[in-house]
Design a protein around this ligand. Structure first.
Ligand SMILES: *Cc1c(COP(=O)(O)O)cnc(C)c1O
Length: 363
């Protein structure tokens, strides 16, 4: 079997594989109500929040769209902080639905500077909402969300966060950091298949919801809340993924939040050290290197496409290339969810064999 080391989808533990095979149940039954109830309570613990949390059936991007259309109106001024592909996508969604988006972009590989966010908010007092990515999966950089939130809240703006590849893997105390909307996706750190976006919404988020007039039907948080009160979802949910999540969340709570975050930090450290030992440079700014995805700069003649192909076909190790303007320039190693140092050792020793065959002259 392949060693799947991309930043989502991520491998499933046996306990989850077993449970997602279960027979279907009626999603409007006491049985589903019980499962969803357990999932929501456990998600609140992992989000470190008392806010409402919903399961939305869709991919992470669906969750981002939901975050936009439930809090904004056409013409709203929005600051979109971006450090890569996913930050750009978040701003593009808001723009598509008619928001007046001011982009605040930083060089790919770098983190956002909270002082620049503060300056941008001062320069345009009409801004109502700030969009930001916690962990930018395309570059392997984790923003200092605590510091960014502090300046956003100082200016009393709504803060909507793409936490798709951080929540559940990297510490993100939603309530302590005043995150109004936090969005994650099932196939990242949660050890379940793709198919669910999980979102939280604060009191301030609900105030924005009450005024927001962007078109929404499928993603309506109002409907999500009223159905959740009856233990249901407005539309048929990805039942099998919910089964999986019930089990994976129990596993996560058993391990404990502190231990999960520490394991991701250790595994990421092993990944970075392993890469450096091969003579390859890390792409992300060292002080903000992500604990869920490591990005590596292609150098010394390395043909990343050739390397990825040999890794996949001969070593059965699947890692990711670069996206958009980073295509061919970097490759990425995902280490979130069900992962230990052992998985990283396998990747590093495979790379050691394959790199010289893919043109790499360094090391
Ligand atoms: C994976 C990811 C997305 C997109 O999620 P999909 O499930 O592919 O729609 C968005 N933002 C970040 C930070 C991600 O890692």
């Amino acid at each position: 079997m392949d060693n799947l080391r991309v930043p989502g989808p991520t491998p499933l533990p046996d306990e989850v594989l077993k449970t997602i095979n279960r027979q279907m149940i009626n999603h409007r039954s006491p049985e589903f109500q019980q499962i969803q109830g357990s999932v929501i309570t456990d998600l609140q613990k992992l989000f470190q929040t008392k806010n409402d949390v919903f399961l939305l059936t869709g991919s992470g991007t669906g969750g981002l769209e939901a975050g936009v259309v439930n809090t904004m109106s056409s013409g709203d001024k929005v600051l979109s902080v971006s450090i890569g592909v996913f930050g750009d996508r978040f701003g593009a969604i808001a723009k598509k639905f008619g928001a007046e988006v001011t982009p605040l972009s930083f060089e790919w590989g770098q983190a956002a500077d909270p002082d620049e966010v503060a300056k941008a908010l001062k320069a345009e007092p009409g801004i109502k909402t700030v969009l930001v990515t916690h962990n930018e999966t395309s570059t392997g950089v984790t923003n200092d969300l605590k510091a960014i939130s502090a300046v956003v809240k100082e200016a009393d703006k709504l803060l909507v966060v793409d936490a798709i590849s951080s929540l559940g893997s990297i510490d993100l105390p939603v309530d302590d950091w005043n995150i109004d909307i936090a969005i994650t996706g099932s196939q990242k750190g949660w050890m379940v298949p793709p198919g669910l976006a999980m979102v939280s919404i604060s009191q301030k988020g609900w105030q924005a919801f009450a005024e927001a007039t962007m078109p929404r039907f499928y993603w309506d948080f109002g409907k999500a809340k009223s159905y959740l009160e009856r233990g249901q979802t407005p539309w048929t949910p990805a039942v099998s993924v919910v089964y999986g999540l019930e089990i994976s969340l129990k596993m996560m709570l058993k391990e404990g939040l502190t231990n999960i975050f520490a394991r991701h930090a250790r595994v990421a450290q092993a990944a970075r050290e392993g890469i450096k030992s091969l003579g390859l440079p890390l792409f992300a700014e060292a002080s903000h290197a992500s604990n869920t995805v490591t990005s590596v700069a292609a150098s010394e003649g390395l043909d990343t496409k050739k390397m990825l192909k040999i890794m996949r076909e001969e070593e059965h190790v699947v890692i990711a290339g670069g996206q958009q303007k980073l295509d061919g320039k970097i490759f990425r190693l995902g280490h979130l969810g069900w992962v230990t140092e052992k998985d990283i050792e396998i990747v590093i020793s495979a790379l050691k064999k394959v790199l010289p065959r893919a043109g790499f002259k360094g090391g």
